[in-house]
Design a protein around this ligand. Sequence first.
Ligand code: GRF
Length: 217
Amino acid sequence: MARLKLGVLISGRGSNLKALIEACAAADYPAEIALVIANKPSAAGLDYARNAGIATSVIEHRAFPERAGFDAALDAELRKHHVGLVCLAGFMRLLTEGFCTAWHDRLINIHPSLLPAFPGIDVQQRAIDAGVRFSGCTVHFVRAAMDDGPIIIQSAVPVLPEDDADRLAARILEAEHVCYPLAVRWFAEGRLTVAGNRVQLRGARTQPKTSFSPAAG
Ligand code: GRF
């Protein structure tokens, strides 16, 4: 069967892109990366794509006086490569309502908190400051509001007493690299249904009822 074509949008480091590239290398993975777009030529993640022989494109947001023009250029490039699912992976631009509507339920994002807690930036420090016992990551369908939309998967990680933002970020990132390829796989397999704010996963396994942080002594 034809593999789902992904368009991955990045702004920086690209470790989630790398996780997707590695997942796509498996013969039985139902998706492939058709194109990586960065909004900055300096995005380090572009090298992961180049080294893997994946098409890359740099579309600099600064070249466009208005967001709609930038988003139209993204849209045209994605369509040129016959992309079926757009994956935001550390893409630091808000997309217009028009773009989100055009790619409705074919546009997903990964965020390093348990949304709807801590949308936006500096989320690990904010989680530590709030004293939460768990944080984690979320993969969700994108709606026009920032870090908003139906949730596909979340992974919870404990926030430990000795954590600073970097240590917590590293723990969350490990979970991200598992969650994003999994969410893409489920989408590509046609197992996700969106109803209002809720996403149903066909064939989901039952899971442990609860976990504790800190663990009971
Ligand atoms: C990740 O933490 C992701 O959740 C957030 O931005 C970061 C991107 O990291 N949206 P990378 O570029 O994938 O390494």
